[in-house]
Design a protein. Structure first.
Length: 359
């Protein structure tokens, strides 16, 4: 592949987190035969040495990766020895990397993680919200129960943070603060894998109250190539990344949940792909066999567009058998149905995105 539409210049400090160029339209939404909406964005594919394989849009623009970097945020859980000390298996490690839907199995695993560290839901500082899995939310309502912090899609990640704090022997209270030893370890892990110094002025607060550090898409793609290959990082970090990837490949239900992109695709591709979405149209992935990392950002925050872009890149970058192709095609070329089940439109990649992904 050749670099297509890349912005090779560095982003000046005064432009940090400000749009420096108009990103191309990546996805169009059709109703009937007409384009009704369009999603602009940027995408980067890089290898573990930092070489750009594909770039479309402004890939040097810092973006908040949000939950797309949970795999990187979970590295201290394994690398410090906390996972081994508390006997965490594939389900626990996968949910530490995941954004779950609050299904009963998700809640049970997060609660089990806390118990093994001698804590309960009261220690979680992520806040509470209704399960994003509609059937689970309805079941809570019928039972007359309120959602707790365990239902928060980030409770698994937070249970992992708390496990690290307990293992290190530091006060677990305030573990969401940037100055806390756990968050300092998380920041160091992201910096090592992405090869970037995370500056204070590019730090925001995520929806679950932990720091979210903005970084260029090119650096995020580089970081996930390293996450998928273990190249360019310390041996201990490479082993931790491999352990987390293996857990997610074996238990993808705990990375997302019923019917969701990451779970459905990883159930089919297993260890061949690590996929994780984040809020506001961010999606990251690692393809270990190809030695590549992927980072996508849709300007309008649309998850549906980010998923389409990621699915299209999987088709173009991987060798898929017919069954695998059929699964990924559902997300690369989705149909839109109304409440009566009538097909009313579809999403499609633009010619510019198709051309970039084909080179």
């Amino acid at each position: 592949m050749a670099i297509v539409g890349a912005n090779r210049g560095a982003v000046p400090p005064e432009a940090a987190l400000g749009r420096t160029m108009t990103n191309p339209v990546l996805v169009e939404v059709l109703r009937g035969a007409l384009v009704e909406s369009a999603h602009r964005g940027a995408v980067c594919v890089a290898d573990a040495d930092g070489a750009t394989v594909l770039a479309l849009g402004d890939v040097e623009q810092p973006v908040f990766p949000r939950s797309a970097v949970k795999g990187l945020q979970a590295l201290p859980l394994v690398e410090t020895g906390a996972a081994e000390r508390y006997g965490l298996g594939d389900e626990e490690l996968a949910i530490a990397c995941g954004s779950h839907g609050g299904e009963p199995e998700h809640v049970a695993v997060a609660e089990r993680m806390l118990a093994r560290a001698g804590l309960d839901a009261a220690a979680l500082e992520c806040g509470a919200h209704r399960p994003s899995h509609h059937a689970s939310a309805d079941a809570l309502l019928r039972a007359g129960r309120a959602a707790s912090a365990l239902h928060n899609n980030c409770s698994g990640k937070h249970a992992g943070f708390l496990s690290v704090a307990r293992h290190l022997g530091v006060d677990h209270r305030g573990y969401v603060e940037a100055a806390h030893p756990v968050q300092r370890a998380v920041k160091a892990a992201i910096e090592q894998f992405a090869g970037v110094a995370l500056a204070h002025d590019t730090c925001g607060v995520d929806g679950c109250s932990v720091p979210t550090w903005a970084a260029p898409l090119a650096k995020l793609a580089h970081g996930f190539a390293r996450f998928g290959t273990g190249r360019g990082v310390s041996p201990a970090s490479a082993l931790a990344a491999a352990r987390l990837r293996a857990a997610c490949a074996r238990q993808p239900f705990f990375v997302a949940g019923t019917g969701r992109f990451s779970t459905v695709v990883m159930e089919r591709l297993r260890e061949r792909a690590f996929l994780k979405g984040g809020a506001e149209g961010v999606f990251c992935g690692a393809l270990p066999d190809q030695g590549l990392g992927i980072a996508v950002k849709c300007d309008d925050g649309a998850a549906r567009a980010a998923e389409l872009v990621m699915a299209l890149l999987l088709i173009r970058l991987m060798r898929l058998d017919p069954g695998e192709q059929a699964v990924v095609d559902r997300f690369a070329f989705p149909r839109l149905n109304n409440w009566n089940g009538i097909e009313v439109g579809r999403l499609r990649p633009t010619a510019e995105l198709l051309a970039a992904a084909s080179r």
